[in-house]
Design a protein around this ligand. Sequence first.
Ligand SMILES: *Cc1c(COP(=O)(O)O)cnc(C)c1O
Length: 236
Amino acid sequence: MSLIKSNLARIRERIESAARRAGRDPGTIRLVAVSKTVAPERIREAVESGVHILGENYLQEAQGKIEVLGAGISWHFIGHLQKNKAKYAIRFFDLIHSVDNLALAEELNRAAEKSSKIQEILLQADLSGEATKFGAAEEEIVPLAEGISALKNLSLKGLMTLPPFSEDPEDSRPYFRKLRLLGERLAQMKIPGISADEFSMGMSGDFETAIEEGATLVRLGTSIFGPRPPKHSVFA
Ligand SMILES: *Cc1c(COP(=O)(O)O)cnc(C)c1O
């Protein structure tokens, strides 16, 4: 068995037991294989081992891979997105995890309308209170969702977060829990056209904790493909 294949088998077991521990159906948790810096041949191995969703951080890099690997894969954008790149994101991605301001949402909506597409998105929340990373502050999420409600070519599905880096997965738990509660609050508001059932949270170091706290999309890179070159660390 190849390393990627055995990594995936192990990850699937871990997802399943974390779900069962939390009394959740493992079928409600989707694996996003994060393939930034990973060459197409190695991505293909993951796809042949049953990966359906690939997450990419850089548009140009992703575009090349999408051309080579073709259809049959659902591509998710998980990196920082600039407004002037909105039309490329619309063209290639089924779900954009990282929308964090209304100007970007409006640009995505315009591009989606031109392509006659309903673009699914998540709002990225920065719950660290440090305002050092990308993501909207907690108190900006509801107004942002209200703004997006008026944008007919965007479909808001839920929330994403990236906690401050730590070796200890327990350090991420409060952020995951906060995201979940924020999503529940959003869902209760019944804003037209907005749902908040998807929670994109958890990476290689803390995905089991995220699942215990309600993750529906876990984003795993190194635990599938192995270490990346240093300049492409998580926050790059
Ligand atoms: C790189 C990256 C991941 C994957 O991180 P790993 O620790 O390799 O699993 C997940 N989410 C985002 C936003 C990333 O940039």
